[in-house]
Design a protein around this ligand. Structure first.
Ligand code: SF4
Length: 359
């Protein structure tokens, strides 16, 4: 019935928290994002609706700057996959059905699934927890069980772990909340007390707490300390000593997430096809993108940030410099013996530069 809206359950992918959401669809068009019943979306999740209607949104796959059909794109990918590998898949954090789907694809097509890349991998917290608690995991911080909360440098309302859950739980928690940070954040604005510390001194702050904070921690019945980076280890030691309300069974699953060191290990490796699904906040570090010269073909699903760079397609296949002929021309995807006649500028693409859309 025209005008009738239907509600479609989905997942917000704006950050690794992956909040459950409901998309209101009217006449085939999404018109509103809302949190699933009992949940909510943050500002970013709400605003993500604008992605659908962004004027720079890519509407079809592209090859060498030209629109192509999905059939042509799939054929190009098939052709590239048929060539010698190794082929690899580098994604950001995935969970549930999507993760299983990617696993199945990689298994079937002999594609290596690399450790997932996340800017916020919580590697320091996971390592600290492995040392202190014997669990390399990001726990659920049960702020509703705490009567005193000390957050150091972590922006729990905007970016840390599951910001929506934190915002919700903190609105109901009955606790005294002290937040230490170097730059003003929404978290700092909402805390009962905000302490300004110089950047990079989070660990030092935790090991030399101001007397009033140390006393408050000592007098609390269920104190909770949350910190990341260099302060993760001292925070974990304090959590253990204070018996902080942590729940390792309810934390976000980051077991597939790698670290920047894992990404570094890719340097020096060569790939046939490297799949990089839509990048999330931060994207793949420039250091790694520079190394894409070792990738024969790159398949990339673009979002509007990428579109601004290349106005390219949903699936992109690009010859890297090492596959170019002596004249420096690119090869037609799927046909290594043909030349595209599209001569990229000298050095273009050698740094994984997406503007070089010889795809
Ligand atoms: S915290 Fe916000 S951006 Fe992240 S998944 Fe949830 S709604 Fe989306």
């Amino acid at each position: 019935m025209p005008g009738n809206a239907k509600l479609v359950p989905s997942i917000c992918t704006e950050c690794p928290a992956g909040c459950a959401m409901i998309v209101k669809v009217r006449d085939g068009h999404p018109v509103k994002h809302e949190g699933a019943p009992g949940s909510a979306l943050c500002m970013r999740g709400q605003a993500s609706l604008s992605r659908f209607y962004h004027p720079g949104r890519l509407k079809s796959p592209m090859l060498r700057g030209q629109n192509i059909s999905w059939e042509e794109a799939v054929a190009a990918i098939e052709g590239a996959l048929g060539k010698p590998g190794p082929h690899a898949f580098l994604s950001s954090r995935t969970t549930g059905a999507l993760s299983e789907l990617i696993d199945g694809f990689c298994q079937k097509r002999s594609v290596e699934r690399l450790p997932e890349f996340e800017v916020y991998s919580y590697a320091a917290i996971r390592k600290a927890n492995e040392i202190v608690f014997g669990k390399a995991a990001l726990p659920f911080y049960d702020v509703k069980q705490a009567d005193f909360l000390l957050t150091v440098g972590v922006d729990v309302i905007e970016t840390f772990a599951n910001p929506v859950q934190f915002a919700h739980d903190l609105s109901e928690a009955k606790l005294k909340w002290v937040h230490a940070e170097s730059g003003l954040s929404l978290t700092g604005i909402n805390a009962d007390e905000r302490i300004v510390i110089p950047p990079g001194t989070e660990a030092e702050f935790l090991t030399n707490l101001p007397e009033k904070v140390a006393t408050a921690l000592k007098n609390a019945k269920r104190p909770l300390v949350i910190a990341n980076g260099s302060a993760a280890l001292p925070a974990a030691k304090m959590q253990k000593a204070l018996n902080s309300p942590l729940d390792f069974d309810r934390g976000l699953d980051y077991s597939r997430a790698g670290t920047l060191a894992d990404l570094d290990k890719l340097h020096g490796r060569s790939f046939g096809v490297l799949f990089i699904p839509r990048r999330r906040s931060g994207g793949v570090p420039a250091k790694f993108r520079r190394d894409e010269s070792r990738v024969s073909y790159r398949l990339w699903r673009f979002d509007e940030r990428d579109a601004a760079e290349v106005r390219s397609g949903v699936a992109v296949v690009r010859c890297a410099p090492k596959t170019r002929c002596d004249a420096g021309k690119s090869r037609v995807v799927g046909d290594a013996d043909k030349c595209s006649g599209n001569v990229p500028a000298e050095g273009a693409g050698a740094g994984g530069d997406a503007v070089d859309s010889d795809i």
